[in-house]
Design a protein around this ligand. Structure first.
Ligand SMILES: Nc1ncnc2c1ncn2[C@@H]1O[C@H](COP(=O)(O)OP(=O)(O)OP(=O)(O)O)[C@@H](O)[C@H]1O
Ligand SMILES: [Mg+2]
Length: 337
């Protein structure tokens, strides 16, 4: 694992890296120094959180004693509704202020640093409810994600020659990312016209415009059509291949099981368990207490990422996905006429 904050430059180039498709990728292991208990130190943490609390009136929404996020790995933050996951995300990104506590990113103290500066340091996030600007086109939304734009400075804005080159490089990069996320055909459409799933993809693509080192995704799968599920999973795995660290909140346990290298379980504001998915998710107490019992359909089998027998509920889900796809194709053909 690397200490280099810019381990791989592929995300920074205007040429998007080729999609690695559904090639199964090994999980990162050996991330922690010791047994997987809450607060266990990591071998190479990108973020270290200490005694962070956030209270709303009498309610303590977040109360995290110690948590380290491993670098260049995919960490899932799970837990029941109201566990404090989004509130913790907001604190870590500078969107909200804690009552107590400190945390650092890449060894730099982040407490009290506003969100736009946090983003400039290479840490970006997406939202549980998508924040695409509806009345801008898809391409314009993408261009907003680029950092250090010269044309935004007052005097330089009058001198197009000073920013035109950068503008076209940004546009090229945006188009490359849109192609990777299969949104290129929509670049001139208003973001308002996209489906919920496409907006999630746009948010993720836009986050990549700033060449981040840490991407935080709040429920990337929520509201996404099952037909887009596989590509979303692949995009997240691709990020790791590019040397990016991913921290994501998700209720879809199949996704967590298949892509996460490390899982942190929150309940009532606290970290109650953490460890590799196989350990944490097999912990019956965690499953019963926090995840409910709807774990019968294995998404990895359905999407072909992992081999295995399709049980009846998996077959039903697969049929549903195929029907959705057929309907989407029929719609597209109808529109063409
Ligand atoms: N701005 C706020 N004012 C008051 N209470 C809040 C505020 N934001 C969050 N809360 C409360 O804090 C607790 C944690 O909420 P949070 O949204 O962080 O949970 P979550 O784990 O993200 O849940 P979900 O899985 O439903 O998204 C909840 O009880 C919520 O009602
Ligand atoms: Mg939430």
């Amino acid at each position: 694992m690397s200490n280099d904050p810019h381990p791989v430059d592929a995300a920074a180039s205007t040429e998007p890296a080729p999609m690695t498709g559904s090639v199964p990728r090994p999980k990162s292991t050996g991330l922690a120094k010791g047994d997987p208990v809450p607060g266990v130190p990591k071998v190479d943490p990108i973020m270290v959180i200490d005694n962070v609390t956030r209270r709303f009136g009498g309610l303590t929404a977040v109360d995290v004693e110690h948590l380290e996020i491993p670098r260049n790995a995919i960490t899932a933050l799970i837990g029941p509704n109201g566990a404090g996951k989004t509130t913790l995300f907001n604190l870590l990104c500078g969107f909200d202020k804690p009552n107590t506590g400190a945390w650092s990113y890449d060894g730099q103290n982040l407490a009290g640093i506003p969100a736009f500066k946090v983003a400039r340091m290479g840490q970006v996030r997406t939202f549980q409810l998508t924040k695409a600007l509806s009345l801008l086109t898809v391409l314009e939304n993408m261009k907003l994600g680029a950092g250090g734009q010269k044309g935004e400075r007052f005097w330089q804005s009058f001198l197009p020659a000073t920013w035109r080159g950068q503008e076209s490089a940004n546009e090229e990069k945006a188009r490359g990312l849109l192609a990777r996320f299969k949104l290129d055909a929509k670049e001139k459409d208003f973001a308002a016209s996209l489906s919920g799933g496409q907006r999630k993809l746009l948010e993720m693509a836009r986050a990549l415009m700033s060449d981040p080192n840490l991407v935080m995704l709040d429920e990337p799968m929520a509201g996404v059509n099952p037909a887009l599920t596989q590509s979303l999973l692949d995009h997240i795995l691709d990020l790791k291949d590019l040397g990016v660290t991913v921290l994501f909140v998700e209720h879809d346990m199949h996704m967590v099981r298949h892509i996460a290298d490390w899982v942190v379980v929150m309940a009532e504001g606290r970290v109650v368990a953490e460890g590799p998915p196989a350990t944490v998710m097999e912990d019956k107490a965690v499953i019963d207490a926090y995840l409910g019992s709807h774990q019968d359909v294995d998404l990895g089998v359905v999407t072909g990422r992992v081999s295995g027998e399709l049980d009846t509920s998996a077959i039903a889900l697969l049929e549903e996905i195929e029907a959705d796809e057929a309907a989407a194709i029929a719609d597209a053909e109808e529109e063409k006429k």
